[in-house]
Design a protein around this ligand. Structure first.
Ligand code: FMN
Length: 211
């Protein structure tokens, strides 16, 4: 059986504790192609319901596509702000909730809800399991990127239908994540939202209820 050393297990824990959602990227430090390939390959190692591998990635590269994506985020973000008042609104307005202006790599990650791969195993009872599979692939990518010194920021403040249309995504693809990837400006063990008093993390050991 493949064994992983205690040292590796400690490092894996470190990797998880130093993974952050990154919104500030070094704009003039591109991600080497080879490294990007390594990070993208981590997607293929993810589990998926029925081995359906429903993840579909679009690299948002052109100035026009980036401008449309950014406009989508800015409109959704302005609308979200309207939902807050008082101190919350003040904090929200000061948050940077995407690195879309400066991230050198930007990926729209979709789930192919209509894929025939896997012959529907497991997705009959829980069709949403395909999307969960895509989320697990994003997590693989996120950790692999961080292991190589890259930061990843997940943007969900987006109109998903508009994004799919703007990127001419095939019918049946649903947006799961918009990822900004690049070298981070800083690193930290504390989530930004905790630093700005938006929310606190729960104590490490969440209680597990028993029945
Ligand atoms: C599904 C999902 C969607 C998220 N969407 C956003 C987003 O739109 N903008 C943002 O700044 N952060 C977003 N985040 C990042 C979270 O705010 C972040 O993970 C959380 O505050 C904990 O911080 P950490 O990732 O640095 O541990 C998202 C994270 C997840 C998992």
């Amino acid at each position: 059986m493949k064994k992983f050393s205690d040292e590796f297990c400690d490092q894996l824990h470190d990797l998880m504790s130093w993974r952050r959602d990154v919104r500030h990227f070094q704009p003039d430090k591109p991600v080497p192609d080879e490294l990007l390939t390594t990070v993208l390959e981590a997607v293929r190692l993810a589990p998926s319901v029925g081995l359906s591998e429903p993840w579909r990635l679009i690299s948002v590269k052109s100035a026009a596509a980036r401008a449309r994506s950014l406009a989508n985020f800015e409109a959704a973000n302005a609308e979200a702000l309207q939902g807050y008042s008082g101190e919350r609104a003040k904090i929200y307005a000061g948050l940077k909730l995407s690195g879309m202006r400066d991230a050198p790599v930007q990926l729209a990650v979709f789930c192919d809800d209509g894929t025939g791969k896997g012959a529907g195993l497991g997705a009959g009872t829980m069709p949403e399991a395909r999307r969960y599979s895509v989320v697990s692939a994003v997590m693989n990518l996120w950790l692999m990127a961080r292991a190589h010194g890259l930061g990843v920021g997940w943007v969900s403040i987006i109109d998903p239908g508009q994004m799919a249309a703007d990127l001419a995504a095939p019918k049946g693809w649903a947006l799961v994540a918009y990822l900004c990837i690049g070298y981070p400006v800083e690193e930290s063990q504390t989530p930004t939202l905790e630093k700005v008093n938006w929310e606190k993390r729960d104590p490490l050991l969440a209680e597990v209820e028993e029945r």
